[in-house]
Write a protein that binds this ligand. Structure first.
Ligand code: F6P
Length: 329
């Protein structure tokens, strides 16, 4: 391949810039030209595509967000959108594309591959909910951000003998809650992957105060319910003490990436270019047991593919992600 493109799609994640930088610098070192696509698949369809140089990615490795902008673009689920995107890429002489994003972004990459256009997916999301990888780009930074916030909440919680419900991101996955909760010494962690009873949480809180604790921090993954709903149910289950809800929100998506995310993004970005250089598309890069791995995006579960098509034309996730629970068994 002589010319490739890179885009970021879905919710942004710290380390996306580091991944773009790695794609650009590795490609240039391989004699491949790189184009940037602004605003994800929306920009692809609109032809918002421009050349990137080594200098374009200078001073970007430590920056949060994505300088290529990101967007959620459900229209790309339609064949017309996919074909229009490919037409634009061809107009610019682009022969392969690196897609950095979450599972919605992978679906787009899968469709490009189905139409015979080589695409390589890199997992970029704070949620850590992508199949085919132990860790996603941005997760480590988000966990650090949440730990920092929990430490601060613990200060005020202890000063007032208050119970806090801290709602953290993770639409369907409890990885941020689980990891940050453990790192910050939370008293309860509630995630969508594990059932719990409100009565038990109430007992746990009461027991803690009886033992002389001066705070109680509950980390709640948003995939369970909102912090406000949780607080209401806690009261319904008999909790009578002082209670506050704190929703950390989008601060979890911002900030300078940690060293771990920068290294992960750099390794994955370089691997994506090697794959396209060797004419390989339709795969996603992941990291398992610290080794970079590739999985076919679409195929059968036996082939190790991340997604299969159902007989009704839907998409089935093979080996669905199960939060980081195995890590702590
Ligand atoms: O990036 C993933 C995620 O952070 C989810 O955890 C969260 O539910 C969602 O994005 C929020 O997305 P938006 O910024 O589009 O509201």
């Amino acid at each position: 391949m002589k010319r490739i493109a890179v885009l970021t799609s879905g919710g942004d994640a710290p380390g996306m810039n580091a991944a773009i930088r790695a794609v650009v610098r590795k490609a240039i070192s391989e004699g491949i030209e790189v184009y940037g696509i602004n605003h994800g698949y929306a920009g692809m369809v609109a032809g918002d595509i421009f050349p990137l140089t080594s200098a374009s990615v200078g001073d970007k490795i430590g920056r949060g967000g994505t300088f290529l902008y990101s967007a959620r673009y459900p229209e790309f689920a339609q064949v017309e959108g996919q074909l229009a995107g490919i037409e634009q890429l061809k107009k610019f002489g682009i022969e392969g594309v690196v897609v950095i994003g979450g599972d919605g972004s992978y679906h787009g990459a899968m469709r490009l591959t189905e139409h015979g256009f080589p695409a390589v997916g890199l997992p970029g999301t704070i949620d850590n909910d992508i199949v085919g990888t132990d860790f996603t780009i941005g997760f480590d930074t988000a966990v650090s951000t949440v730990v920092d916030a929990l430490d601060k909440i613990r200060d005020t919680s202890s000063s007032h003998n208050r119970t806090f419900v801290v709602e953290v991101m993770g639409r369907n996955a409890g990885d941020i809650a689980l990891n940050a909760g453990i790192a910050a010494g939370a008293d309860d962690i509630c995630i969508p992957e594990k059932e719990f009873k409100f009565e038990n949480v109430v007992n746990n809180i009461n027991k803690g105060y009886e033992k002389g604790k001066n705070h109680h921090i509950i980390v709640l993954a948003e995939g369970v319910m909102t912090g406000e709903e949780f607080a209401t149910k806690l009261k319904e289950a008999g909790y009578k003490g002082d209670l506050r809800v704190s929703v950390l929100g989008h601060i979890q998506r911002g900030g300078s990436p940690t060293a771990r995310d920068r290294v992960l993004a750099s390794r994955m970005g370089a691997r994506a270019v090697e794959l396209l250089r060797d004419g390989i598309g339709g795969v996603a890069v992941g990291i398992r047991n610290e080794e970079l791995v590739e999985s076919p995006i679409l195929g059968t579960a036996e082939e190790g593919a991340l997604f299969s098509l159902t007989t009704e034309g839907g998409i089935k996730v093979n080996n669905p992600h199960k939060a980081g629970l195995e890590l702590y068994r």
